[in-house]
Write a protein that binds this ligand. Sequence first.
Ligand SMILES: Cc1cc2nc3c(=O)[nH]c(=O)nc-3n(C[C@H](O)[C@H](O)[C@H](O)COP(=O)(O)O)c2cc1C
Length: 347
Amino acid sequence: MNGTCLNPLPIGELTLKNRVITAPMAGLTNYAFRQILSRQRPGLIFTEMISAQALVYQNQKTLELIQKPPQAIDEGGFVPLAVQLSGSDPAYMAQAAKLAAKLGADVIDLNMGCPAPKIIKNGEGCRLMQTPDLAARIMEAVVCAMEQYQAEENLTTKIPVTVKFRSGWDDESINCVPFAKMAENLGIFAVTVHGRTRQQFYGGKADRDCIAQVAAAVDIPVIGNGDIISPADAVAMLQQTGCAGIMVGRGMLGNPWLIADIIAVLSGGVPRGKPDKAEILRAALAHLRLQAAYSPNGDEMAVCAMRTHLAHYFKGMKHAAMMRQAVNQMKTIKEIELAFADWSAKE
Ligand SMILES: Cc1cc2nc3c(=O)[nH]c(=O)nc-3n(C[C@H](O)[C@H](O)[C@H](O)COP(=O)(O)O)c2cc1C
């Protein structure tokens, strides 16, 4: 194992305590889940992608999306927060970055990898890999906005700007290496490369070669992303690509403990492994209650918002499909508590 894996990871003037980063995931990495993730002590936590335009218009729901967990009171101190912005208008992106910084963002990340049709249609997300001139103008505008913000607020350090993108649009247009070099030249402090094309969406296998090529081509930290669902995957990603850090997405759904396990293995320790069914169900309920505490319309909204997370917690358990269907019909936390108690008693 490469010894540098144990070291902190500098991103500009910010130093991450370790090299394990939680991915931005729309609809999932909200305030409640970020609190749960922060207890696993990753080096950096991402929000989900936030529309720059909605942030500029101070949409209340959007402001909540970037709220920072109360990590200062959490053991082990503070885990920095990366706010990820999506958009295609350099001026909006710059303005949104300043607002996010004011609201406490420690890193501003630019989404240039989202494959969703509604995002692509607006010229945002991965479409920007096909319009590198516009991507460059966005990067420049946001880097410049952070320089202005530092001067305006008299800050001693600059908030780093990072970019997350894919290997390319499709197999015929893999351009992650020139894209990363362009980002580096424009003052971007780190890049995350998801080793899939837009055409692949989330299917197939993530290509580690692309990530290795980017890591060899630039001097800024490269974060490798795609298909890390075990500590061994994290080790393989670091070893095979020479990337500086790793980002975990789907693997942490229903299994936030994976983050602490990866950190343990990278530190030469022993992973604890996924807890038993009783502990997972207790954690799922605690997650649900946390979600309810931040849902303005109470239980029903929280239960609905938690359906995907609950399905992930159930994965691999006996009767998981039946439980998933059952909770999808439920409206209150009480009903779910009773169903869990019943389910636990069955085996
Ligand atoms: C449901 C879902 C939502 C996602 N939302 C975002 C997002 O808001 N911003 C982003 O950059 N990537 C987003 N992604 C991509 C992930 O951050 C990550 O790049 C991808 O899932 C590959 O990593 P993994 O194999 O570890 O899941 C999303 C992925 C999924 C499955």
